[in-house]
Design a protein around this ligand. Structure first.
Ligand code: FDA
Length: 301
């Protein structure tokens, strides 16, 4: 049986990743990944903007082995910010600190972020640090805190499956936070394993952050959660400009447009780049139905 754990195992397997890159288009990756170049990502963002959707782009890449690769990754983020400004799309940037050298040298990673944020400030573009697995959480929050001493337009994401999520959200009062259920495999010592408990904690941290008066990006494809958030914000007079919904590119496209048509800000997360493998495997792990993408791709010519 194809299980969540199986795909999460595959997402971290570097040998299979190297082999898999060749057959990406065949297994349907292109339905959820917006091409390999900045130009393609900008075209997709412009297209979505036409439908009233705003965007965030993420240059995929997770395993960075040396300083030069980390600096290259940061340069790529800078070029992406320049391209967003030049093309005039309504779009911001998402990135991962491991791409920028978090596992190599924390100072290198912070310096890369400072360079990116200086460019972002010049263009007035927000930068979101995606949250990775638990082993990177403290380092990510420490770096964020340091960056926020000089830059406002930077935030991160908090995962509701973690027991400590509520405490982290309280500590991040006043920060623009993406709230998510969480995509990695974590141990019962640190994370809820039961879907009901995760959903319960998810709603709890969303409400906490909103009632704190902070900006929330509610990133989920779960219509039940979305409906609860709509009702909660109405009941509590939380203005529509204090939060946004987010979904991944290629998922629930009709619902994305529906939400935007109702006057909510709806942001689409557009991943692009050659290094699509880990991202794609995590999506298969979340929702076995996504495997039909892959099978359809394999069976078609
Ligand atoms: P979940 O997968 O729990 O589904 C709940 C219900 O929603 C399903 O039972 C079904 O009814 C419905 N549903 C879900 N998907 C559907 C579909 N495609 N079609 C029809 N119905 C569907 N994670 C992380 O650890 N760090 C991060 O930084 C981010 N960043 C991020 C950004 C954005 C924009 C999104 C949308 C997600 C992330 N994530 C993430 C991933 C996140 O943590 C989580 O793993 C996935 O979003 C899956 O959980 P959902 O909340 O979408 O619903």
């Amino acid at each position: 049986m194809i299980t969540r754990n199986f795909f999460l195992f595959l997402s971290q397997n570097k040998f299979i990743k190297n082999k898999a890159t060749k057959w990406g288009p065949k297994i349907g990756a292109k339905q959820v990944i917006a091409g390999t170049t900045i130009q393609e990502a900008m075209e997709k963002a412009a297209e979505l903007n036409k439908h009233g959707l705003v965007c965030t782009v993420d240059h995929l890449g997770e395993f960075v082995y040396n300083k030069d690769e980390a600096i290259d990754s940061a340069n790529y983020c800078v070029r992406t910010l320049d391209a967003i400004a030049e093309s005039g799309v309504n779009c911001n940037l998402s990135l991962k600190l491991t791409q920028l050298g978090l596992d190599i040298d924390r100072n290198l990673c912070r310096d890369n972020m400072l360079r990116i944020l200086e460019t972002a400030k010049k263009h007035n573009i927000f930068v979101r640090i995606d949250m990775e697995d638990y082993s990177h959480l403290d380092a990510t929050l420490d770096i964020l805190q340091e960056l926020r001493q000089s830059y406002d337009s930077v935030g991160t994401a908090i995962q509701a499956y973690l027991h400590r999520a509520e405490k982290d959200v309280q500590n991040l009062k006043g920060t623009n936070i993406r709230l998510i259920k969480g995509a990695y495999k974590e141990s019962p010592e640190v994370a809820y394993q039961d879907k009901k408990e995760i959903d319960g904690n998810y709603l709890k941290i969303i409400k906490t952050h909103l009632l704190n008066g902070s900006y929330a990006a509610i990133a989920t494809h779960d219509h039940n959660i979305i409906n609860e958030v709509k009702a909660f914000t109405k009941e509590n007079n939380i203005p529509k400009d204090q939060f946004e919904f987010q979904m991944l590119y290629g998922f629930r496209n009709e619902l994305q447009k529906e939400i935007a048509n109702e006057g909510y800000k709806m942001r689409v997360y557009i991943p692009f780049g050659e290094d699509w493998y880990g991202y794609f495997m995590r999506r298969l792990a979340e929702r076995p139905q996504n495997v039909t993408f892959a099978l359809r791709g394999l069976l078609s010519k």
